[in-house]
Design a protein around this ligand. Sequence first.
Ligand code: TPP
Length: 635
Amino acid sequence: MYEILDKINNPEDVRKLDYNKLKKLAEEIRAEIINVVSKTGGHLSSNLGSVELTLALHRSFNTPEDKLLWDVGHQIYPHKLITGRRELFHTIRQYKGISGFPNRDESKYDVLNTGHASTALSAALGMVVARDQKGEKHHIVAVVGDGSLTGGVALEALNQIGHHKRRIIIVLNDNKMSISPNVGAISKYLDYLQSGQFYVKTKEKIRTVVELIPAVGKKMVELAHEVEDKLKKLMVPGSFFEELGIRYVGPINGHDVKEMEEVFEKVKKCTRPVLVHVVTEKGKGYKPAEEKANWFHSSAPFDIKTGKFKKKNGAPSYSAVFSETLIELAKKDDKIIAITAAMPEGTGLIKFKETFPERYFDVGIAEQHGVEFAVGLALGGLKPVIALYSTFLQRAYDQIIHDVSLMDLPIVIGIDRAGAVSGDGPTHQGIYDIAYLNIVPNFIMMAPKDERELQNMLYAALKSEHPVTIRYPRAQGFGVPLKNEFEEIPIGKWEYLKEGKDGIIFAVGNRVYPAMEAALELKEEGIEIGVMNCRFIKPMDEEVLEKVAKKYKWILTVEDGVLKGGFGTSVDLYFREKKNFKIKIYSLGYPEEILPQGDTKTIHKLYGIDKHGIIKKVKEIKSRKRKLADFLKPS
Ligand SMILES: Cc1ncc(C[n+]2csc(CCOP(=O)(O)OP(=O)(O)O)c2C)c(N)n1
């Protein structure tokens, strides 16, 4: 029960509060976020940092008529709490619950669905052009973090925003952090802008300039532009934004609602693009998150008192095994270079950084650049290994085809979070990579059944002279013993795990264990099914395919990915071309639809790719065959 938050149904209620009550509301919002995220997991630090900013924005702007676009959208829990979703907040990130990101289907206050970084500025500019064309007058405000501002898409948008000089407000929420401390030259520049000395020196000048921005009148606007132009160099020496044609205002305190409101009121009158630089603290108000903002960025459930995460089992995650194996291999080969795109913790590569700081590169939220950077490293004779989440690798698709594939470069891509992912929902599902890489020449695609196989795959991948992807899920391993001695898996060779009678399951990656469990359970019922570990999605093991086709009547493929263009379709296509085989192919995977949000277990169950789903499908195939046999029997 919260004294104020419980009475807030929409931003109009927030607009009526005095500053004392607002302070209390901010405290209650933080308490509720900590309370819920400690149970559900979620983006804690960013949301604790955006509380006052959210309140100031909704008070200064007339939402939903004025449009608020949140970049990435992971920082909008306070926004959800004051836009009618208080009651449902405990369901956030759960199956059938509200989304952890903006969702247009959920609320009229959510303008742009997001999840991937750096898109809001482009979309906001598009909406500005649409608004102007229709003669509408509302404000369009895009909120972007300092991390996301470094993404290429955001920079491309700034380029166009500065060129068009239309009325748009950009709020830069700068907490010096991406997930980890922000990296790169732009980040250093923002640091300079908000350095204490500069802040004190320029604060008054900023107020003066903001006050000069006129309310009405073309002449006044021209006059103000003249004054602004004269003052801009004085105000922000060499300002990157000013040079682009975007009025820069700031830095201002992102935890002081009153100060932000004063500035927003002024910039609302500005007729050109304006960027308000707001300084916030990630994790504010919860000590463990303030101290370890990176670990609480996308937090697992935790104990509120101690700030300790609730762990599931002792086995290391695939990401950790990937990183630790890479470290071992890098000890013996100084050509190995590790790259992350702003995910040092998530990909586990933070450990590589600790061991080989000079051979580790965090390129920021810049997947395209990261892959192209790897291209250059490979051309220079080094062995780049880049770990990206499946969903973010989508950003680098052109580099994958135009450079890595066409030049057939030996680059290893660790595809982390491959398959369905828990909590984050549709924007983060790693279910497309098999399909979109399957068609790219020269790529070798691997998927380990467990953590030991991941070790051996990475070893084999680094010996290859071609591009290699290794896809693995966001999950703990099975507790299979790990070694620092590696076995080279022959490229394209599958692993025959169990013989069967008339049918065999072709399982990929994290579906191999469930397939084995299903086969063993079926065996107890007297149904003998074979199981193949199809550890190479590409190239396929043609020798095995031929053998299997001679022995079995049907194959059931199972993958944690989309059906169309997936591994199952590769198998189907293979036999379609070989007309002499009559083997029937069945496939389990995801249909062409947007997967719901939920935990992976629920999603796997829903689409029948878990043990039970596989058993059900095998029985279905067998009964279908039986029915057909009965039908064909001469009466
Ligand atoms: C294209 C893309 N790459 C990576 C991510 C993962 N990611 C989510 S939030 C985030 C950091 C964003 O930093 P910033 O914009 O400064 O927001 P903050 O969390 O600091 O408020 C990253 C890297 C993403 N969402 N999209």
